[in-house]
Design a protein. Sequence first.
Length: 226
Amino acid sequence: MGLHRQAAARQLVRGLHWFAPPRAGARRQRGTGHLARRGARQCCAHCRDPRPDVSQRVVVLGGGPAGDVAALRAAQLGAQTTLIERAELGGTCLNWGCIPTKSLLAGADLLRKIRNAAEFGIKVPEPEIDFPRMMQRKEENVLKMRNGVSAACKRHKVDVVKAQGIVDGDAVVAGGARYEYDHLIVCTGTEPSGLPDVDMEHPCVVTSNGILRLEKLPEHLLVIGG
């Protein structure tokens, strides 16, 4: 799902791009619609390094995998870009999905290999699981990547606002300020939803977000939804 959102965001940002007319010396080959080699080289060089258009104001609502890609690309193309996110940069994938779950999965896979070491002629005692350390390592990996996103925004001069954003006409109100835009990109993502007849407030019931905040490894686990 994250890849589809990123692709959609890229399509939106492409609307900010423009191509300059061929420079002097560019000519069309007879009988074709292609620029001559010299002119094509000049055009491609321009496309790789477009002139900044600081008159364009872009506001991106949501700092997940689609929103941060859209904001960074808009800034690279020269727009005045504001990225509004109420929680953490990176969204579900970085903070509560792909990255933290894969970090825990790596630990579980290593545990499986150690327990099966005898198949390779290696005798080892039963390993002891340090669950708090596994969760700490997961948080360290998430923080490292989150800092990477933040550094990229700073490097490309994306104004990051950590607040709830509300669309109000041709502006977004967030953190007591009003951010007017020429282009608004909405990438608000999703949240876990409840199920009928399931008490989502019960201490034994957790969502895909809550399970990543457990302090103790559960003895039994029932997963609903694949």
